[in-house]
Design a protein around this ligand. Structure first.
Ligand code: UGY
Ligand code: MN
Length: 244
């Protein structure tokens, strides 16, 4: 049926909710047998770019000189550099430092969350080397003592990284303990389940497949609804002074 111009997607000064019915696919330079859904980019006011890459078998990502983070939502892909070869499966993630030449080739249909950001140098610190891991091997920690809200911090929390990427899993009924207002911005991909996201003065029903961008200081709160856990992948800028 025709949607008569309705969508849950919303674009406000300090946040974007982008739902799959409004996704537009494009091909970024260097991508082959692949499409990108760009969720947020500097054009919208963000300091990073996040997109979903949908790769056919043998599909590849284009090159970047920026630091890049990958998280596999489904499929299998090979990440190759001059000195390493890693196979990524669902739940695998990779941190690729700025300037490291690499190729990412799908073995089968594969979907990845991709985050790219210019590295913010910090005196006395160098960017991390290539890092590849799997979510299952990352310890899960209760947020503020709430066992029903588990966080996995995927990247080591040290100043060689200027951003963090975490997964957060809420049991049905679990919620953030407060409305957060903070200087960090977020890119958020709903992976499983759903609930209600407060963004600014708006309350949105959200579900797996949705993307949210939160600008710095966007008031934010989430409560999980339904009978299955809600889980999201969340990016934030981290470990740097706000004034740069
Ligand atoms: O890490 C965070 O700031 C996280 N608790 N924010 C969020 O889930 N909206
Ligand atoms: Mn937050």
């Amino acid at each position: 049926m025709h949607n008569l111009g309705h969508t849950r997607s919303s674009m406000k000064r300090d946040h974007i909710l982008q739902t799959p019915d409004t996704f537009i696919r494009t091909v970024l330079p260097g991508m082959t047998n692949a499409a990108a859904i760009v969720h947020v980019a500097p054009a919208a006011g963000a300091a990073f770019t996040q997109y979903t890459a949908e790769l056919e078998s043998q599909g590849t990502l284009g090159a970047t000189s920026l630091q890049r983070f990958l998280y596999v939502t489904s499929g299998v892909a090979d990440l190759t550099t001059d000195t390493s070869f890693k196979t990524l499966t669902a739940g695998s993630f990779a941190y690729i430092p700025p300037g490291l030449a690499h190729t990412l080739t799908a073995q089968q249909k594969t979907v990845l969350a991709v985050i790219e950001k210019p590295y913010e140098p910090l005196e006395g610190t160098a960017p991390s080397a290539l890092l590849v891991g799997h979510e299952d091997n990352v310890a899960s920690v209760a947020l503020m003592g709430d066992e029903d809200l588990q966080v996995r911090v995927l990247l080591p929390d040290n100043t060689s990284f200027d951003f963090a990427v975490n997964t957060m899993t809420y049991q049905p009924g679990a919620a953030l303990a407060l409305v957060e207002i903070h200087v960090m911005e977020h890119g958020l991909l709903m992976l499983e389940g759903g609930g209600i996201y407060r963004l600014g003065d708006n309350w949105y029903p959200v579900t797996a497949g949705d993307f949210i961008w939160m600008a710095p200081f966007c008031p934010q709160w989430f409560g999980a609804l339904g009978k299955q856990p809600a889980k999201y992948l969340i990016y934030k800028d981290w470990n740097r002074h706000p004034i740069g």
